[in-house]
Design a protein around this ligand. Structure first.
Ligand code: TYD
Length: 195
């Protein structure tokens, strides 16, 4: 099973991933937590790029699309193993849907993002943590290039647009407290996956 938490910067994915992981372990499941970008060599290049103020420009978004797809493929084998197994649950902080929502600008055609991600795994369930951008900006450290109001407004809209086209996606309002958001996530997992 491959469960993904998605959302804009500041939405609380990493904390909620951690809490979810603990809960599933307490229930006796074998879990593995993964994060994109990864710690692979490609992930390290990406992390550097994310500090470059030029990274939102057209050509750099095209480069990032390819880098994120390549980085994601380093996780493919372990995700496929988990998808085959009933016991192992992978909980991921981000997935290919981050590329769809963050790299989607006028110079990067959405179909091309799907195309270069053709061989990257698709989640069994996506939990979209939806947060007002004003609150997101307060919560994130604003060091990385995408952490600005205008970019995150567009990205949030791209995430909400996914609801029109994708199955297996559930929105959770992330404006509430950590505990309440986690409760809501657990409820979704119980209802959708029967865990
Ligand atoms: P983030 O989850 O915010 O990591 P951290 O909290 O450690 O900084 O991810 C880093 C940034 O990378 C974030 O702004 C979103 C961006 N990103 C993309 O633009 N495309 C992608 O495909 C992925 C996985 C992330």
């Amino acid at each position: 099973m491959y469960i993904v938490l998605e959302g804009i910067d500041g939405a609380g994915k990493s904390t909620q991933t951690e809490l979810l992981n603990n809960w599933l372990m307490e229930k006796g499941y074998t879990t593995k937590k993964i994060v994109e970008p990864t710690t692979s060599d490609i992930g390290k290049v990406i992390r550097k790029e994310l500090l470059n103020p030029e990274s939102t420009n057209d050509v750099n978004q095209q480069r990032l699309t390819l880098l994120f797809a390549a980085d994601r493929l380093t996780l493919k084998e372990e995700i496929l193993d988990a998808e085959k197994s009933k016991e192992l649950i992978i909980i991921s902080d981000r997935s290919f849907y981050s590329s769809i929502c963050y790299q989607n600008n006028s110079s990067v055609d959405k179909n091309w993002i799907y195309e270069v991600n053709l061989h990257t795994p698709r989640p069994d369930l996506i939990i979209l943590l939806d947060l007002d951008v004003d609150e997101a900006i307060i919560r994130c450290d604003k060091e990385e290039v995408f952490e600005n109001i205008q970019f995150l407004e567009k990205t949030r809209k791209n995430y909400l647009d996914l609801l029109k086209t994708e199955k297996n996606i559930v929105v959770v309002d992330a404006n509430d407290s950590l505990e309440i958001v986690q409760e809501k996530i657990r409820k979704v997992i119980q209802e959708k996956l029967g865990l």
